[in-house]
Design a binder for this molecule. Structure first.
Ligand SMILES: NC(=O)c1ccc[n+]([C@@H]2O[C@H](COP(=O)([O-])OP(=O)(O)OC[C@H]3O[C@@H](n4cnc5c(N)ncnc54)[C@H](OP(=O)(O)O)[C@@H]3O)[C@@H](O)[C@H]2O)c1
Length: 269
């Protein structure tokens, strides 16, 4: 299959025989940022429910780890900001499975910076991954999603809904993603495609490491987040994955245009 990791011993050959569990139709799901954190948990949750999952990320090794022991997950190493990435993903899924039921726009990056310190590179990097790529991936996937009566799930954030000093550009990309979610829900409803989003609060993933924060800074951020989360703890990636699979489930057929916080109550506190 074009671009896919054909050497993956866990590739989803066996899954063409149909689904099981809560995804009895053996739906096909593409998850971006599936090499770690929320994306990894989401890929595994869909696979456990019987879906066939294409796991997208830049680095092959983490994707292989995501797929290890999960024979329905197939890695697809891909930088979603590459010009041909949307077409490559759509073509790869189409050639392998002939369908796509769910696109999870999960990949995201954080680059902190207050106004006065921002560089074009910092701004562009976040816009490219968090905003431009999800738009173009969704656009390239439209014919497949229309054919399947599919679902787009965008991953936003519940942190910084009102203001996020020091992270305004990141917050702006997520605010825009939520507006895209609502707008596409209305645009695509006549074509039978649902569009939803989840807004995680503080979740235990390597996002702080990927951002380049020191261990001390990560610890102080986490302490602040726990203090501002009514449930009094950091969430688990699996808790966000649960919400994503539920919103994408065929039983959620009358749900579209929503943004579901998965944040221990942070956004309402
Ligand atoms: N963790 C939290 O507290 C939290 C809170 C609110 C919202 N979120 C959102 O949740 C989503 C998942 O974040 P996470 O916490 O799970 O962080 P993470 O562990 O850093 O996961 C992000 C993933 O995106 C991939 N990625 C980054 N740039 C990419 C690119 N250009 N092309 C393809 N893949 C790319 C990374 O893998 P590669 O580097 O290998 O590409 C990585 O696996 C993000 O959208 C984030 O904004 C997280």
């Amino acid at each position: 299959m074009t671009g896919m990791d054909s050497e993956n011993p866990n590739s989803t050959n066996s899954s063409n025989s149909g689904g099981r569990g809560a995804d009895p139709a053996g739906r096909v799901v593409a998850v971006t940022g599936a090499g770690s954190g929320i994306g990894r948990a989401t890929a595994r949750a869909f696979a456990a429910a019987g879906a066939r999952v294409v796991a997208v990320g830049r680095r092959p090794e983490p994707l292989r780890d995501t797929a290890a022991g999960h024979d329905r997950i197939t890695p697809l190493p891909l930088d979603i900001t590459d010009g041909d990435a949307p077409e490559r993903l759509a073509r790869a899924v189409s050639e392998r499975y002939g369908r796509l039921d769910v696109l999870v726009n999960n990949a995201g990056i954080v680059r902190a910076g207050a106004l006065g310190t921002l560089t074009p590179e910092l701004i562009t990097a976040q816009l490219s991954v968090n905003l431009v790529a999800p738009v173009l991936l969704a656009q390239a996937a439209l014919p497949l999603l229309e054919a399947s009566g599919g679902v787009i799930v965008n991953v936003s954030t519940s942190v910084g809904q009102r203001a996020w000093p020091g992270n305004s550009v990141y917050a702006a990309t997520k605010a825009a993603l939520e507006l895209l979610t609502r707008s596409w829900a209305v645009e695509l409803a006549p074509r039978g495609i649902r569009v939803v989003a989840v807004a995680p609060g503080a979740i235990d993933t390597p996002i702080g490491e990927h951002q380049g924060l020191t261990p001390e800074r990560r610890a102080s951020v986490r302490a602040w987040q726990v203090a501002h989360t009514p449930l009094g703890r950091i969430g688990r990636p699996e808790e966000v994955a649960w919400a994503i699979t539920q919103l994408a489930a065929t039983a959620a057929s009358f749900v579209t245009g929503v943004v579901l916080p998965v944040d221990g109550g942070a956004v309402v506190a």
